[in-house]
Design a protein around this ligand. Structure first.
Ligand code: ADP
Ligand code: MG
Length: 662
C-alpha cells in the first residue's frame, strides 16, 4: 500500500520516510524502535542535587512562554509535586501551553537543581504517571517527530491487518511465540517488560530463522551441485610448492590440502579463504590455479582494482614460467588486444586469466572455465556470480577475504560455504607499531616521517574519506598533496592517487612507488587492497575514526611487509577509545571480534553486497544463541512436509530468487 494513502502524508513527508527506508505502509508497520526506555517516577527520598528525575505533579501557575530566534521558545511554570514547588523550564514546547491549565496533572523529566528548586525539563507529558511506562525510541530523520512517526505507524497498523509470518506454525507452537500481529503491536506499544521481551525474542528469531533458511537452502543446493573432478596428482602439486622461494605455513598447507580435496571431488567447491592482509592467501590461490591448470581447465582470478590485477599477473607469470599461459585483461587494453585475448580464451590457449569485472563480461567466452577466484570478494556482487551461471558455467569458486571473522561465526553465517582460515603470518614479518595522534600533533608526525624517509623508507598517506563523493575525495587528496609537498618536496617525491584518475595513470604511479621513484604516496582507500611494496614502513591515516576497525587493520597491513620496523599513525580527534584496540593487538580475528561487539556486524564479508545481514532487531553478536537455534531449526524444517507445503503455496517469495545465486 502506498504511503500517500495515509492521512498527513504528502510528498514532503514521503521523502523523509524514504530516508528511513520506508517506502510502503507495510514497511511502516515493521519499522521498529531501535531502543526502549523505561519511564518510572523517581523515588523522592533518593533524589540528589543534579540528578535526572521524573516527577508527577500539578500545575500551580499558568505558563509563561517566550519566543526567540524565530522558531525557538522557552516555557516556564510552577509545579507542585507534593514534596515541594519547582520552577519548570522547557524548550520548544510552546505548543503545549494551552493544555497547561492550573490544577492539570502532568509528568516532567529533567535535571533537578535542588538549590534553586528548578527543573530543566527535557520531556513533558500531559498526564500523571501511574506506574512504569515503556517508551519507544525510533531512529529519526529531521522533519518528522517521534510523535508524527508514531501516529503514522498507528494508522498503518489499522490499515494493514495481515503481515506475513515466516515462522512455521509447528515452531511457533513449540516455543509458545506471540503471534506476529501481537508482537508487532507490542513492539510499537509496549506496556511492560515481560511481553516486550517476548515480542523482541520472537522478532529476532524470525529474522534469524529467515536468514538461516536461506543459508541452509544454499548449502543443500551445493551438495547436490555436481562439479568437475580434477585428475592432477598431489605429487605434481608438491613439486610446484617445493620450488617456491619459501615454505608454506601450516595454515597455508591445510588450506591447500582442503582445496585439493575439493577440486578432486565430484562436487562443486564453494570455499572462503580468510586471513589477515599479508597472511599469504594469494599463494594459496595460485596453487589452486596450478592444480586446475594441471588438470587441463582454465582459471579466472578477479581482483577489485586494476592495480591489483596487474600485481597478481606479474607474480603468477613469474611462478608459472612457461608451463601455462597467463593473460591480463583490463579496461585499458585496446580493442584489438582484447579481441585477441577473447579468441585465445575461447580456443583454450589461455590457462589463467586475470582481471577485474571484465572477466565475466558479455564478450568473454571460456573454453572450459573450471575455477573462479575472487580476491577481496566483498567487492563483487552476487549478480556477478549469477552472471557466470547464466553463461552455463558452474565452476569451482574460491573467495579470498582479508576481513577474517571468528570461525564459529563464519561457519554459521556463511552456512553455504566451507571455510579455510590462515591465522599465522609468514615468518619474518614484524608487527606494525600503531599510535594514535591528534590533528594538532601533525608536526611530530611530519618529523617522524621525515626521519624514516631519510633512512630510505617510503610512506603511505590515506586521505580522509568522504562518502560517495569523488569530487571531494579529489579535493582532499589534493589538499594533502600540497601540504606534504611543502613539507617534503625539496627532498622527496610526493604523489597522489585518486578515483578520478585514468587506470594508466594510476598504474604508472603505483609502479613508480614500487620502484621507489616516489617516496610519499597519498591516496583515498584505493590502496586498501593487496598492494605489496616492501620498502614502505609508514602509514598515516587521516580521520581514522571514519573507518571500521577491520578496515584500518587492513590498511596498516600495507606496511610491515619485510623485516624493517614499521609504524601506522592514526590521526583522529574523535573515538580514541575505539581506535585504541588497534594499538594493542595485531590479530585480525580479535579486531573483527571487537568490530562485531561494537557494531553488531562489523565489516562482514559480503554484507555490503547482499544486505542480507542487516537485521532490524537482531544483533548477530548479542543474539548468537538465538542464531544457533534458528540454524538448527531451519535445517530440520527444510526436510519437513510443512516446508514443502509452505514453499508450494508461495509463503517464501525470497527463497525463489535464491536458486539464481548458486
Ligand atoms: P595476502 O594475499 O593474504 O594479503 P600475500 O599473499 O600478498 O598476502 O602475501 C604477502 C607476502 O608474503 C607476499 O610477498 C608473499 O610472497 C609472502 N608470503 C606468502 N606466504 C609466505 C610464506 N609461507 N613464507 C614467507 N613469505 C610468504
Ligand atoms: Mg591479497
Amino acid at each position: 500500500m502506498e504511503l500517500k494513502e495515509l492521512s498527513g502524508v504528502g510528498p514532503k513527508t514521503e521523502e523523509m520516510l524514504h530516508k528511513l527506508h520506508i517506502y510502503t505502509v507495510e514497511d511502516l508497520v515493521e519499522y521498529y524502535p531501535f531502543r526502549y526506555e523505561t519511564l518510572a517516577l523517581s523515588d523522592w527520598a533518593l533524589v540528589q542535587h543534579g540528578d535526572k528525575v521524573t516527577l508527577t505533579g500539578i500545575v500551580e501557575t499558568l505558563p509563561n512562554c517566550y519566543r526567540f530566534r524565530g522558531k525557538m521558545d522557552r516555557m516556564t511554570f510552577q509545579l507542585n509535586t507534593g514534596t515541594g514547588f519547582f520552577q519548570i523550564s522547557i524548550f520548544n514546547r510552546g505548543f503545549m501551553k494551552r493544555h497547561l491549565t492550573i490544577g492539570k496533572e502532568v509528568t516532567v523529566r529533567g535535571k533537578i537543581d535542588l538549590l534553586h528548586n528548578r527543573i530543566t525539563a527535557s520531556d513533558l507529558w500531559l498526564s500523571k504517571l501511574e506506574k512504569e511506562q515503556m517508551m519507544c525510541v525510533y531512529h529519526k530523520v529531521e522533519g518528522i517527530t517521534t510523535k508524527q512517526l508514531q501516529k503514522l505507524i498507528d494508522q498503518a497498523l489499522i490499515k494493514i491487518k495481515d503481515v506475513p509470518d515466516y515462522i512455521p506454525s509447528t515452531l511457533s507452537e513449540q516455543y509458545h511465540f506471540l503471534s506476529k500481529r501481537q508482537s508487532i503491536e507490542v513492539l510499537h506499544h509496549p506496556e511492560e517488560k515481560t511481553s516486550l521481551k517476548k515480542a523482541l525474542l520472537r522478532t529476532k528469531y524470525e529474522e534469524l530463522f529467515v536468514y538461516m533458511l536461506k543459508m541452509n537452502l544454499l548449502k543443500r543446493q551445493k551438495h547436490h551441485q555436481k562439479g568437475l573432478s580434477r585428475t592432477c596428482s598431489f605429487e605434481d602439486v608438491s613439486d610446484f610448492i617445493h620450488a617456491l622461494p619459501f615454505s608454506l605455513t601450516s595454515d597455508q598447507e591445510k588450506a591447500v590440502t582442503s582445496i585439493y580435496n575439493d577440486l578432486t571431488s565430484p562436487y562443486q567447491m564453494n570455499r572462503l579463504l580468510q586471513g589477515d592482509v599479508g597472511s599469504g592467501k594469494t599463494i594459496v590461490a595460485i596453487i589452486a590455479m596450478y592444480m586446475n591448470a594441471l588438470s587441463g581447465y582454465q582459471s579466472a582470478l578477479m581482483a577489485p582494482t586494476e592495480i591489483l590485477a596487474h600485481q597478481h599477473y606479474q607474480n603468477i607469470k613469474k611462478l608459472f614460467k612457461d608451463q601455462f599461459e597467463v593473460a591480463l585483461l583490463t579496461g585499458s587494453l585496446t580493442k584489438k588486444e582484447k579481441k585477441e585475448i577473447y579468441q585465445k580464451l575461447e580456443t583454450g590457449k589461455i590457462d589463467v586469466l586475470i582481471g577485474t569485472h571484465a572477466l565475466i563480461s558479455e564478450e568473454v567466452t571460456y573454453h572450459n572455465l573450471g575455477l573462479v577466484i575472487t580476491d577481496e570478494q566483498h567487492r563483487f556482487g552476487v549478480n556477478q556470480r549469477s552472471r557466470l551461471k547464466e553463461k552455463g558455467v558452474a565452476p569451482d569458486i574460491l573467495y579470498m577475504s582479508a576481513t577474517p571473522i571468528p570461525r564459529t561465526y563464519a561457519l554459521t553465517l556463511y552456512g553455504d560455504m566451507d571455510v579455510s582460515s590462515i591465522h599465522t603470518m609468514p615468518s619474518g614479518r614484524k608487527p606494525v607499531k600503531t599510535v594514535l595522534k591528534k590533528n594538532q600533533e601533525m608536526k611530530e608526525v611530519l618529523s617522524f616521517m621525515f626521519k624514516e624517509l631519510k633512512e630510505g623508507r617510503q610512506a603511505y598517506v590515506v586521505a580522509p574519506l568522504i562518502e560517495d563523493n569523488e569530487e571531494n575525495q579529489m579535493e582532499n587528496v589534493e589538499v594533502l598533496e600540497k601540504k606534504f609537498k611543502r613539507a617534503f618536496g625539496a627532498h622527496f617525491q610526493v604523489a597522489s592517487l585518486h578515483g578520478k584518475m585514468k587506470e594508466e595513470e594510476k598504474k604508472q604511479i603505483m609502479e613508480d612507488f614500487k620502484e621507489n621513484k616516489i617516496q610519499v604516496l597519498i591516496s583515498t582507500t584505493v590502496i586498501e587492497v593487496g598492494v605489496d611494496v616492501k620498502n614502505a614502513t609508514v602509514m598515516v591515516i587521516f580521520d581514522a575514526y571514519r573507518f571500521g576497525l577491520s578496515q584500518l587493520h587492513q590498511l596498516r597491513g600495507r606496511v610491515g611487509r619485510n623485516d624493517l620496523p614499521s609504524t601506522c599513525i592514526l590521526m583522529s580527534d574523535l573515538e580514541k577509545e575505539r581506535l585504541d584496540i588497534l594499538t594493542k593487538t595485531t590479530d585480525g580475528f580479535k579486531i573483527s571480534e571487537e568490530d562485531f561487539r561494537l557494531r553488531g556486524s562489523g565489516d562482514l564479508f559480503g554484507v555490503r553486497q547482499s544486505g542480507d545481514l542487516s537485521f532490524k532487531v537482531a544483533n548477530i553478536k548479542q543474539d548468537f544463541n538465538i542464531l544457533l537455534k534458528a540454524k538448527e531449526d531451519s535445517e530440520a524444517y527444510l526436510h519437513t512436509e510443512e516446508f514443502k507445503h509452505n514453499m508450494d503455496s508461495g509463503a517464501y517469495p525470497f527463497l525463489q530468487t535464491l536458486s539464481q545465486l548458486d
